[in-house]
Write a protein that binds this ligand. Structure first.
Ligand code: C2E
Ligand code: MG
Ligand code: MG
Ligand code: MG
Length: 286
């Protein structure tokens, strides 16, 4: 089944566990309940070309608007979501919501070239993932190459499972990025086996660039590796002009980070999109 339990109307009462909830561990129940009550939201963060400073894409990032505790970041709930299995519902909701948002921005003629969505290892391992992605693309009418799935290295440990999924997604036209590249179990050999489009340099390397030669070396090496393999590269967590300048000098094509803007709710992000719409020139200095 492709339903993934997402088509239900938001459930306002807190009666017994829903059918979804019976499949998740205790830690996951509050998350599913929050999801069904509409407490999750996607924030969007822009990605820019390092040289032209033009908008090249957007990453969707999950947020929990907790009625008591306020805005909660993934670091506070993703662990519990993964341990309990609730991550499957959260990821499916995020993918569908991000694609619907892209549809709306396309209709407003302010869409960014690309929407990037994070996919957990568990979601990536779902046998019905490819069908689910196809269904969401169909229901939103989104061209597959507008969607990029960000996969963590951990999801790629089993090449027998991962490679066919990646090939099927690529055959549909969906783009694939390796998130937090260099922080997981990196066997560089997998880059030749997997049909990846893009490497995302983890922000821990970018953050330490100013004070740690090893991080500079790793950042530069990932850029060079990506480019020589014909892959796109984007550096995460770019906060300063110095970092951007270094990346630019080392031919890193793209950057994402607070220098350009924090992740923002869709309504705020639409203002940035209106400023940056194609034909209006690149982003000005932050
Ligand atoms: P990620 O995919 O590597 O996302 C980058 C993280 O860096 C985001 O944290 C973003 O807000 C943060 N960030 C961006 N620019 C800067 C910067 O200049 N400086 C600093 N210090 N941080 C910056 P966030 O939103 O808290 O998300 C954390 C992680 O949670 C994500 O890391 C991703 O692994 C995971 N995540 C987020 N949304 C989803 C989702 O829908 N599904 C899954 N499975 N994981 C998600
Ligand atoms: Mg990501
Ligand atoms: Mg990342
Ligand atoms: Mg990261």
């Amino acid at each position: 089944t492709l339903r993934l339990g997402l088509d239900e109307e938001p459930r306002m009462e807190l009666a017994g566990p829903t059918s979804d909830e019976r499949h998740v561990g205790d830690e996951g129940r509050p998350l599913l309940r929050a999801l069904s009550m509409g407490q999750f939201e996607l924030y969007y963060q822009a990605q820019f070309d390092c040289v032209s400073r033009q908008l090249i894409g957007v990453e969707a990032l999950l947020r929990w608007q907790h009625p008591v505790h306020g805005l909660r970041l993934p670091g506070e709930f993703i662990g519990a979501a993964e341990r309990s299995g609730a991550i499957l519902q959260l990821d499916a909701w995020a993918l569908r919501t991000a694609c619907h948002q892209m549809r709306q921005w396309l209709d407003l003629d302010i869409a960014p070239p690309l929407m990037a969505v994070n996919v957990s290892a568990a979601q990536f391992a779902r046998p019905d993932l490819v069908d689910f992605v196809a269904e969401v693309l169909r229901e939103t009418g989104l061209a597959a190459d507008r969607l990029e799935l960000e996969i963590v290295e951990r999801a790629l440990l089993d090449p027998v499972r991962a490679a066919p999924t990646m090939r099927r997604l690529r055959a549909m036209g969906v783009r694939l990025a390796i998130d937090d590249f260099g922080t997981g179990y990196s066997s560089l050999g997998y880059l030749s086996r997997y049909p990846v489009n893009r490497l995302k340099i983890d922000r821990c390397f970018v953050a330490r660039m100013g004070r740690d030669r090893t991080s500079v070396a790793i950042t530069d090496a990932v850029v060079a590796l990506g480019l020589s393999l014909g892959l796109d590269v984007v550096a995460e967590g770019v906060e300063t002009e110095d970092q951007l300048e270094h990346l630019r000098l080392h031919l890193c094509p793209a950057a994402q980070g607070w220098l350009f803007g924090q992740p923002q709710p869709a309504a705020n992000f639409a203002q940035l999109l209106r400023r940056e719409r194609p034909g209006r020139g690149g982003i000005k200095q932050a």
